[in-house]
Every structure is written in C-alpha cells, then in structure tokens.
Design a protein around this ligand. Sequence first.
Ligand code: FA5
Length: 350
Amino acid sequence: MEALRQELDDLKASALDQIDQSADPAQLEQARVQYLGRKARLTAILRQLVALPPQERPVIGLLANQVKQAIEERIAARRTALESVPSDEVLATDRIDVTLPGRWPTVGRLHPLTQIIREICRIFAEMGFAVIEGPEVEWDYYNFEALNIPEDHPAREMWDTFWIDPTSAQVDKPMLLRTHTSPMQIRIMEQTKPPIRVVVPGKCYRYEAVDASHESQFHQIEGLAVDEGITFADLKGTLYAFVRRLFGDERKIRFRCDYFPFVEPGVDMSIDCFRCKGAGCRLCKMSGWLEILGAGMVHPNVLARVGYDPARYTGFAFGMGPARVAMLKYGIEDIRLFHDNDLRFLQQFP
Ligand code: FA5
C-alpha cells in the first residue's frame, strides 16, 4: 500500500509538471492522454481498486481520485492560459509596439474660399442681410436683358459668355452660364417687395484666359438693398462697416466712378494697401490701393423692369470676388493656387 501511495504521489508530481511545461494545446493534449487516457497508469489503478484488500481500497481510492481531479483541474487551467496567448505565428505577423506614440487621424478642413465666403456672408448677415443662392445656368434675360444690357449693348463684351447650345438643352430662349451673380438682383426683386437686403454668394463663369488673377470659373458675392429713401451714403456706410470688420479698423476706402449698365452712378471701391500702408508695393502694383468690388445705385430702368416705382424706391448693389478678397487678406499672389489642391497651400488656412 505504501508503494502504491508513493506511486500516486510521483504520478501527480510528474503529471502536473508536464502539464505546466506544455507549450501549446497539442502538447497539453499529449499530457492528458498520457495521464488520464485509457492506457494511463492512473486509469489502471482506479480500475483495479476492487482487487485491493478491503482495508486499502477506500484509502487508495480516495487518493487516486484526488490525483485525477488535481490533474484535470491543472489541464483546464493550462488550456485557458494557452488559449489566451497568441501563437508565434500571430505574434510574428501582428506585432504592435504599444510604446509608439499614436497616429493622429488627418482631419479635413474647409477650403479657404469657403471660409472667406462664409466670413463675408456672416458680416453682412450681422448687418441684417439675408443670404440666398441662385441658379448657375441662367437665361440671357436675367444675366443681361433685365439688367439694362440689351443684345446690342457694348457692355456685353465685359462679360465673355459661355452660351448653352439651345438645341441640346431644348430651349427656345438664349441660355448661358451666368457671368456674374447680378441676375439674382432681378430674381429676388421679382419675387419680393421692398424692403430687401440680401447677399448672394455663388459661382460664375467667363470665357476668358486663365492667369494669376482670372479664372474661367470663380465666385462672386452680390449684395442688394432696396427700400424707400436708400441713398449712396447707405452704400458707403455699409461697405465701410464691412471692410473694417474684414480688414481692420484703420483701413481707408476709396470710391471711383465706374460703369456698370445696371447701376447709376456706378463705382469701384478700393482699400488702402495694408501691406505698404498706401506707400506703394508689389501687392498694390505701386498704386497704394487695392480694388475689391464694383457697386452703385440700382438703375431706375432695372427697378422699373421688375415693377418697382423708381420714384418711390431706390437701392444699392455691389458685387465682389471673394477669391480676390482672400488674396488681399492673406497676401496670395496667384488665384490659381486656390484650385491646385496643393496641401501645403491649403493647410495654411486652419
Ligand atoms: C461684375 O461682375 C458686376 N456684376 C459687379 C457689380 C454688381 C457692379 C452690382 C455693380 C453692382 P466685375 O466684372 O468687375 O463686375 O466683377 C466683379 C468681381 O468679380 C471682380 O472685382 C473680381 O473680383 C471678380 N471677377 C471677375 N472676373 C473674374 C475672373 N475671371 N476670375 C476671378 N474673379 C473674377
């Protein structure tokens, strides 16, 4: 009996040792078969208990079952441990260095033109202007005719036009890609009654050579205010307030006569060059002034065209190129940079 007891102790010790040493599930299974399988020594001892003398049977039986249970528990624990450890193969291919600093995901940002358009519209919105948009494919009527630019008017040459092929578009009136946002003046006045205060951002198209300050597709922001008693002083005051919000309080402004068929009088507006403070530099082409928009008092013919009484209502309108404004604000020398999609350029506008 003493010998059997010793054998069971040795069996237990070597089984637990082998289980602990098994490096993968296959080795563990091998140990299980060896110590608990049909041909295992422990199985034989348990099977032959009946052959033992009656006084030894319960003692050896208890001991043999305790050994069996201890081996089973150790196998289960080892299996759980082995399953939670990735295999060498996984470790080799799926290596993660948790000490490396994390990689920041690239976060997109708004295009600088979108930013400046929103900034300009926000300034006017705070002054009580509504922001609306309109169609880029336009009738000749809105783009020219109703704006006091009849078919034979020389001012049409100011806006080289992309015409829509009437046959393929199946239209019986001349259609075009709008050359400016001014047609929205007519559309808005047709649909509403004064008082009107709106700004209209949007894309425009001109059939012209692309260079450092011209593109064939570009943005404009139109402004329109119509009511009783609106004067040129309102136009100046509004544009002064806008320029100072955008470019700073110390900016000087200059209005000069200009010609647009749909305003009378017409002006262009410049600001003093903030780079050279008016002394003359490359940015302002040595003039000390930077032109940013065209404007004027809405022509009586235009008011009459939409059914407003020009004796009762007056209004002002302006149109600016936001790319030009952004170029001035940030000292950008070539308008084409906006659409080159060079991240080094775009990332400068957070
Ligand atoms: C006009 O288009 C008038 N509709 C503006 C206006 C509105 C006058 C209301 C009076 C009353 P002009 O052609 O100057 O005007 O264009 C206005 C601005 O659009 C320019 O100052 C410029 O900033 C921008 N612009 C014109 N052509 C291009 C172009 N090819 N590429 C980029 N910007 C342009």
